[in-house]
Design a protein around this ligand. Structure first.
Ligand SMILES: Nc1ncnc2c1ncn2[C@@H]1O[C@H](COP(=O)(O)OP(=O)(O)OP(=O)(O)O)[C@@H](O)[C@H]1O
Ligand SMILES: [Mg+2]
Length: 248
């Protein structure tokens, strides 16, 4: 189990101002469950993922993974413990082939496995296995490879940061379906999907809403989905009345 206890994060902006990004986050992620993390832009979702992965160092609180306090562990050590993160904006690795990236995730993967993982994210292996991970790949292609390498990792905790971002309409539902089905069937591992995808939210076991650096609500889709829908409707009504500065 992964547990965040009173986790806070403050960071320096370019202006030099120290800004609170996360405030007293308390969340338990249990094995065998699929979590959706959602909420407004800039609310702190990716920051939570980066704090879990050790990319950002939280300023207060504790993070426990299977009862071990992991706050002092670096990214590599956390990856070795079984935590994997698919970036919202994945980095490019010029000079590495897609095959090399997938093999970093799963060194023993044979050619059948490599091909299957690429097909799962809708990429034809013949066209992609030997391609370079540099600027020649489109944003959506890079995103799919990032997701494929986290799926291949078979980690205990897999975090997908907006897997739908930049992925075309023809592929989004299939990709979401693959992620949901893989982790719904697995009792040992936990998946955390950071998403704005309205069709994915009800498929998860639990929805966590993050706003202004705090947990605004959490619970089952039956509990949380009506609250989200109500807020969306309320915002739409305000927009209709021109209270957001424009009318349509
Ligand atoms: N490295 C950083 N330095 C300074 N501020 C940061 C940094 N990373 C994030 N922030 C700020 O922290 C806040 C939360 O950002 P975060 O990326 O976690 O939001 P998010 O919920 O993932 O948003 P989105 O839905 O747009 O992806 C934002 O105000 C952002 O500008
Ligand atoms: Mg984000």
């Amino acid at each position: 189990m992964l547990r965040l206890e009173n986790v806070s994060l403050a960071m320096n902006h370019e202006s030099g101002e120290n800004k609170d990004i996360l405030n007293n986050i308390n969340i338990k992620f249990e094995p065998g469950k699929l979590y959706a993390v959602t909420g407004p832009n800039g609310g702190g979702k990716s920051s939570i993922a980066k704090v879990i992965m050790g990319i950002y160092k939280h300023t207060k609180g504790n993070i426990y993974f299977n009862d071990e306090e992991i706050s002092q562990l670096n990214v590599t050590e956390r990856a070795q413990r079984g935590i994997a993160y698919a970036f919202q904006q994945p980095p490019r690795f010029k000079g590495l082939r897609i095959t090399d990236i997938l093999k970093t995730a799963q060194p023993n993967m044979d050619s059948i496995g490599l091909r299957r993982h690429l097909r799962d994210v809708g990429l034809c292996p013949e066209d992609y296995l030997d391609r370079d991970m540099g600027p020649g790949l489109s944003g959506g292609e890079i995103k799919r490879i990032e997701i494929a390498q986290v799926l291949a990792r078979e980690a205990k905790i897999s975090i997908f940061d907006e897997p739908e971002a930049g992925v075309d309409l023809w592929t989004i539902q299939r990709l979401m379906g693959i992620i949901v089905n893989k982790y719904k069937q697995n009792q040992d591992s936990t998946a955390i999907i950071i998403t704005h995808n309205e069709r994915a939210l009800p498929l998860c076991d639990e929805i966590i809403v993050i706003e202004d650096g705090a947990v605004k609500a959490s619970g089952t889709p039956t509990e949380i989905w009506p609250l989200i829908k109500e807020e969306i409707e309320c915002k739409k009504r305000l927009e209709c009345r021109g209270e957001f500065g424009y009318e349509f």
